[in-house]
Design a protein around this ligand. Structure first.
Ligand SMILES: Cc1cc2nc3c(=O)[nH]c(=O)nc-3n(C[C@H](O)[C@H](O)[C@H](O)COP(=O)(O)O)c2cc1C
Length: 221
């Protein structure tokens, strides 16, 4: 049995309905402005901002509160460059035969390729690892709903960075085992997302994507 945890009174602020609606609209307006950026400026990120965003991500709900995530923040240019070289090697294989044709067709609108200069240029790379299980004193312990928990935490991280005024790119140069090697992470951790973070480069352009309307993503019963 795990040790008992005391219960405390919930801290919860009940707000007037008009204020609630206004807040929900404002939050949607803010999040609707978020775009994935693939061209970064090298300008440094204000001190403490990434830490706060990761603190926010780590408030995410998780299966049995195991918080099965680890965030590696890479700002060292040499380590970023190693990651770039390894990611580009995987992406060369992805774009030259490993991705099936329909995947390549779906990617064509993004005009992406195996060239990933932003992995050198972006001032920080956040590598999100999921902890498939925990290692406690060499003993293997279970985590629960790891993918769901890490997905929620990653969404909160991206939202927190955007709220603070930074751009990010959800990059997945799979297979990503090279990230364990370069960052010296243990075998119970699996890299999920490589997230360059920073300011968009001057004049950055993004594909003019349309998001599905509410009726297409919501059904009422
Ligand atoms: C799990 C996941 C993996 C992704 N992998 C890549 C990637 O490897 N390279 C890339 O350029 N964009 C990647 N993206 C970004 C998507 O292309 C982008 O989110 C989508 O086109 C919608 O654009 P938006 O984020 O600007 O709304 C990924 C997104 C997600 C959620």
């Amino acid at each position: 049995m795990s040790p008992k945890v005391p219960f405390v009174e919930l801290s919860f602020q009940r707000r007037p309905e008009t204020e609630m609606l206004a807040r929900s609209e404002a939050f949607f307006g803010l999040m609707d402005q978020r775009r994935t950026v693939r061209e970064f400026s090298a300008d440094p990120i204000p001190e403490g901002l990434i830490e706060n965003a990761i603190r926010t991500a780590s408030t995410a709900p998780s299966g049995a509160h195991k918080q099965p995530w680890h965030f590696c923040v890479v700002t060292d240019p040499e380590i970023k460059h190693k990651i770039r070289l390894a990611a580009e090697e995987e992406e060369r294989q992805n774009y030259n035969g490993r991705f099936p044709d329909d995947w390549l067709e779906d990617l064509a609108i993004f005009e992406t390729n195996a060239h990933k200069p932003y992995l050198d240029i972006a001032p920080a790379l956040i590598v999100i690892f999921k902890e498939n299980y925990r290692l406690e004193n060499g003993e293997r312990k279970k985590n629960y709903y790891v993918n769901e928990s890490v997905g929620i935490a990653t969404g909160m991280l991206i939202a927190a960075l955007h709220y603070a005024g930074l751009a990010s790119l959800t990059h997945t140069p799979n297979p990503m085992a090279f990230l364990n090697e370069i960052l010296g992470r243990p075998k119970n951790e699996v890299p999920v997302i490589l997230l360059p973070v920073g300011y968009p480069a001057e004049g950055t352009r993004v594909p003019d994507l349309k998001r599905k309307p509410l009726e297409a993503v919501m059904t009422r019963y």
